[in-house]
Design a protein around this ligand. Sequence first.
Ligand code: SPV
Ligand code: MN
Length: 624
Amino acid sequence: MSEKCLTFLRSKMDEKELAKLQALDNSYLIDFISTYVELCNPDSVFVRTDSADDVSYIRNRSVSLGEEQKLALDGQTIHFDGGSDQARDKKNTKYLLKAGQDLGKHINSTDREKGLVEITGYLRAIMKGKQMYVCFFCLGPLDSEFSILAVQITDSAYVSHSEDILYRPGYEQFKKNKGVKEFFKFVHSAGQLDGTISKNIDKRRVYIDLEDKKVYSVNTQYAGNTVGLKKLALRLAINKASREGWLAEHMFVMGIDDEKGEKFYFCGAYPSMCGKTSTAMLKGEAIIGDDIAYLRKREGEVFAVNVERGIFGIIKDVNSKDDAILFKILNGANEVIFSNILIDEAGVPYWIGKDGLLPHKGTNYSGSWVPGKTDVSGQEIPPSHKNARYTIRLKSLENLDANLENPAGVVVKGLIYGGRDSDTSVPVEASFSWQHGIITKAAILESETTAATLGQEGVRVFNPMSNIDFLSITMAKYIEMNLDFAKGLTQAPLIFSVNYFLGDKDGKFLNRMQDKRVWLKWIRLMADGQVGALKAATGLIPKYDDLRKLFEDVLGKGYTEADYVTQFTLRIPQNLAKIERVRNIYKEAKGISRILFDELDAQEVRLKEFQKQFGDYVSPLKLT
Ligand code: SPV
Ligand code: MN
């Protein structure tokens, strides 16, 4: 470290903190940190190593500053984000691109120079009066080919505390990898506060600089915008993966066993609020991760890891019946950060869909709350926000798989894609091949919007691989890297689609929540050919007898042929319309592989042949 840099840092941090930085012996890293100490101008700097003392310093600080409040049960706290800071801000999240760079119209971007000037302006002295926390993390298991190191600078103890729950510690990893320059960088400030809430929401910005592997986030607190290691790192990772030949995906990783107890691992990509966490947490199965996975090839097989070690999950409708394990954690003396739920005077947490009755008054993200309270626009404020969440460690779960920290990852036998689709796809289906699956299950995924992002809900949007919100390369390149990923594999994982949201014409769901346990078991059995399937125009669907047996074995329930027919009828007009919609989107994008159009055309031809033979709606009983 240069003398000048050292003198400057000494003015901001005591010897103890400085020594922690010096011990890393990495001038590139220290230059990066001191640049933002100078720009953000905090009153002091705390360096968070992996030590228990440092971790508890952050936890205590979050409580003493009021960023989190203690609840009745030991270890539990509540954090509130501002009323209009309750979800990811897609509009103000942008890539900083140089002139001539173009990621396509589905990816939000702004001119790099202009963006840097704007964000630097916002960051200047933004931490005055506050402490800066410098934290080190490792994405993926430690000491693994999957590991990516990261530094988070923030003035929010809540963000830093959340990251400790959600990510593996990285300080010792930085020490081991002395002089490392290849790491992700995140700079966050909640900005000026009104009490504990970010005040300048109009100046909320999340800017991603792919060139510097750096993300800036200002004037926001909602974790999806601020916890750099989560979706902001996913964006950087997709870009890195595209250069290095692996995949960074919005996917759970879970183990599913067969009757003999032989476990296979699967990854599943569903857009936010479409059942991804509840699938990873399915009764009787084993969770490795619920949100983000890295996938790599090794000796002809695909391996996956969970990038995280905790869950930042949606709390709405979590109840003792459907989510017994989780419910126990959320109602015990465990380290849990609740966000944007309702608490009563005694510090007991409540949310929409929790067992029992809600209290008639309490405190939520709008302050003190009573039923019927309205916001400035006259809208009724719900007791807890639809996107209210809990943050927990995976290791507290009894259904955790033993391989969470395995540096090698687990062998992946199948990929599952699911969206919120009320009228088109069947509940579960396998693709004919890797290519057919990547195009007709993953690349044409659509989903109806939810409260996980700001904006109108229930609108059908295109969301390839459920990763569109996080793409940092063109769609053309992303699809190509997914197609190419099968090259060199001895046997590519099977590809499946699921749809938990199929409804009848009155909008009533055709399936119950627990039915997904059966779909997942069928997927497990398909993965090693324990069941056969029927050939539809869109893929391979389950046979009635196999599902009847699974409903009986897994859920102890009957399954009528009539239900089977309603659920698994091939809806040809809807499937044709979907191909048309998605093909038009891809036609407008640049450089999309011919393979995509060929697969879509082939599917269209198959659908039309079925239509000629069987009519618009094809009962599965007609298939062989
Ligand atoms: C999602 O919305 O997909 C999440 C939560 O997993 S967020 O951190 O907001 O991305
Ligand atoms: Mn997610």
